[in-house]
Design a protein. Structure first.
Length: 89
């Protein structure tokens, strides 16, 4: 059974001027997490807080902690990493 979890993605430690508007970062998040076993959908909702990413996943296959770890190695093209915090479902 899939669960929807929202994550706050703090990119300021990585690229302070970005303000989570970089299509390259967004694409990499969608691709990296979307290819994980147990993840069915990765998306942002119009009207949600800037930097909020929603992930629909099977928590028995892709736990919240595993998703946070996956965010923690992105973006691959920058010398720094996102800080993700689960903010609810």
């Amino acid at each position: 059974m899939n669960t929807r979890t929202a994550f706050d993605i703090d990119c300021n430690p990585v690229i302070p001027e970005c303000e989570y508007a970089c299509p390259k970062c967004i694409q990499e998040i969608e691709t990296a997490l979307g290819s994980m076993d147990g993840v069915s959908k990765v998306y942002m909702e119009e009207g949600s807080e800037e930097g909020t990413v929603f992930v629909e996943h099977d928590p028995t296959v892709a736990s919240v902690n595993e998703l946070i770890e996956a965010f923690g190695v992105l973006p691959s093209f920058y010398d720094g990493f996102f800080v993700a915090t689960a903010i609810g479902s």
